[in-house]
Write a protein that binds this ligand. Structure first.
Ligand SMILES: NC(=O)c1ccc[n+]([C@@H]2O[C@H](COP(=O)([O-])OP(=O)(O)OC[C@H]3O[C@@H](n4cnc5c(N)ncnc54)[C@H](O)[C@@H]3O)[C@@H](O)[C@H]2O)c1
Length: 268
């Protein structure tokens, strides 16, 4: 039997990149899937591909999250898995140039989403069936990412929320974990940025590799954990035989390349 037979999953940012790869994997593992995204056209296409549903939600909007999660749970007759994955950079390195509007937008998708999404997931998950919540953070949640300090702050915040909630939700039969990928080849990274990094010895991860790690995190039974995904090593839980020191040297070298003035940083 497939690992997720009979499970009902909602994935934000499921229309593209890491989210889309995870939609495909969870569906292949037998889950019914709802894609939640602001990109209606790509979301509908992806939903049709996996025989799932699409709901248009701006995850920064509490009312839309509540209504969209209700709609998904009602269409699938329940909710077992919620993967909060939508995210976007600010496109700005210089804090002096971060306008209020851009700051609020960044916090909406990269921070507010997790409070709104976890709140609604917990409300809709059935205690006797348990549930699994996963949040996408990133290396930027664990290391200084000087190219986008507001994004870096937000990705740290996600980890704080997951760690702070892990034991409490586990006691209610719901796990909540964070996944922390290194650089991944998705539309978030421009082709130029991908080529720049690869040429300097920093190959990007494939979205399908993060999807495999997401599946492992969803089914692990652990809670409040950070799953680290780096090229060339198996994804694993920080603290469980894996420490930041294991990747620090590699990450610091990569961050130095990212911080170089020549790096074609994707503007949002
Ligand atoms: N690509 C990387 O190198 C990388 C590395 C670490 C972490 N991440 C994180 O992974 C996650 C997925 O990124 P990706 O690389 O697959 O990017 P992507 O651009 O391919 O996908 C992001 C998806 O989120 C959706 N989205 C954006 N804002 C939204 C909103 N307000 N409401 C609903 N949907 C919204 C987009 O429409 C898109 O479908 C993000 O949280 C990102 O920060 C990416």
């Amino acid at each position: 039997m497939n690992a997720l037979e009979g499970r009902r999953a909602l994935i934000t940012g499921g229309a593209s990149g890491i989210g889309l790869a995870t939609v495909r994997l969870l569906a292949a593992e037998g889950a019914r899937v709802t894609i939640a995204d602001i990109d209606e056209s790509a979301g509908l296409t992806a939903a049709a591909e996996v025989g799932g549903s699409f709901v248009r939600i701006d995850v920064a909007d509490a009312d839309q999250v509540r209504a969209g999660f209700d709609q998904a749970a009602s269409a699938m007759d329940g909710l077992d898995i919620v993967y909060l994955n939508a995210g976007a950079g600010t496109g700005e390195t210089d804090i002096a140039a971060v306008t209020d509007e851009r700051y609020r937008r960044a916090l909406g998708v990269n921070v507010d989403q997790f409070v709104y999404g976890i709140r609604e997931a917990v409300r809709l998950m059935e205690p006797d069936r348990g549930g699994s919540i996963l949040a996408t953070s990133g290396l930027a949640g664990l290391f200084p990412y000087v190219q986008d300090p507001v994004y870096c702050m937000a990705k740290h915040a996600v980890i704080g929320l997951v760690r702070g909630l892990g034991p409490t939700l586990a006691a209610r039969g719901i796990t909540v974990n964070a996944i922390c990928p290194g650089m991944v080849e998705t539309p978030l990274m421009s082709a130029e940025a991908t080529a720049f990094l690869s040429a300097r010895g920093f190959p990007l991860l494939k979205p399908a590799e993060i999807a495999e790690a997401a599946l492992a995190a969803i089914t692990s039974g652990g809670s409040g954990e950070c799953w680290l995904c780096q090229p060339g090593m198996p994804a694993g839980v920080l603290g469980d035989g894996l420490t930041l020191a294991d990747v620090e040297e590699h990450v610091n070298r990569m961050m130095a390349v990212l911080a170089s003035p020549e790096f074609p940083y994707p503007k949002s």
